[in-house]
Design a protein around this ligand. Structure first.
Ligand SMILES: [Zn+2]
Length: 200
C-alpha cells in the first residue's frame, strides 16, 4: 500500500511536487514524520512555502512550522531551516480501500485498518470486502462466512453445512427452487465480490 501527496501551497502555485509514502507496517507517528520529510524535501523556488521548518542534519528528523534550536529527536545542534508548505493534498494511492482516503489525507481509521490486517486470519481482500459491505472493522472477522461463486452456490452449501439437506440424495435436492431459496437466505446475509457475511 502507498499514498502519494502534494505539498498544497506549491500545488496551488503551479508546482507539482508529489512524494510517495510506503504504508505497509508503518505507524501513525512514522507516517507523520514521512509527510514532514516530504514537505521539507519538496524543492521549489527559494522563499516559497508559508512556514519556516527545521531538519536535523544528524538524524534527519523534520519539524514543520517551527525553528528548532536543538533536534527534539537526538539533541543535535546542527539544524537546517527553510521555508516549506505546512499542508498537503492527496494525489494518488495504491492498495488502500477508497473509504479510507479523503481529499487531503488518509482517514484516521487507516491505522486501525492496518493494525487489523496484521492481526487477522483473513486476507486483505476479505477485510476490504467487509468494509465495502459497510461492516465495522472489528465485526468483519466475526461476520465472515466464506467465498462463493453465487448466491445459489452459497445457499446450496449452507443447506448442506447446516444439515438441512444432502446433495447426494438427488431427490428432493434437484427439485428445489434454489433461486428462491437463495433469495430468502440472503435476507440475513450480504455479499461483496463473492465474499459472504452474516448480517446478524
Ligand atoms: Zn536529530
Amino acid at each position: 500500500m502507498n499514498i502519494t501527496l502534494y505539498p498544497l501551497g506549491a500545488y496551488t502555485s503551479g508546482y507539482c511536487l508529489p512524494f510517495t509514502i510506503e504504508l505497509d507496517g508503518i505507524d501513525q507517528e512514522e507516517y507523520g514524520q514521512a509527510i514532514n520529510k516530504g514537505l521539507f524535501e519538496a524543492h521549489y523556488k527559494k522563499g516559497d512555502g508559508n512556514v519556516l521548518s527545521s531538519r536535523c542534519l544528524e538524524c534527519d528528523h523534520v519539524v514543520i512550522g517551527s525553528v528548532e534550536k536543538v533536534c527534539p529527536e537526538c539533541g543535535c545542534l546542527y539544524i537546517e531551516v527553510k521555508a516549506t508548505d505546512e499542508e498537503w493534498i492527496v494525489c494518488d494511492y495504491e492498495g488502500v480501500p477508497a473509504a479510507l482516503v479523503g481529499e487531503y489525507d488518509l482517514s484516521s481509521d487507516f491505522f486501525a485498518y492496518s493494525d487489523c490486517l496484521e492481526n487477522t486470519r483473513l486476507d486483505a481482500e476479505v477485510i476490504n470486502a467487509g468494509l465495502a459491505a459497510g461492516f465495522d472493522l472489528l465485526c468483519i472477522e466475526e461476520m465472515y462466512i466464506g467465498e462463493y461463486d453465487s448466491d445459489i452456490a452459497f445457499a446450496e452449501q449452507w443447506a448442506e453445512d447446516t444439515g438441512s439437506i444432502n446433495e447426494s440424495l438427488g431427490w428432493p435436492y434437484d427439485c428445489i427452487d434454489w433461486d428462491r431459496a437463495a433469495r430468502d437466505l440472503m435476507h440475513n446475509y450480504t455479499e461483496h465480490k463473492h465474499h459472504y457475511f452474516s448480517l446478524r
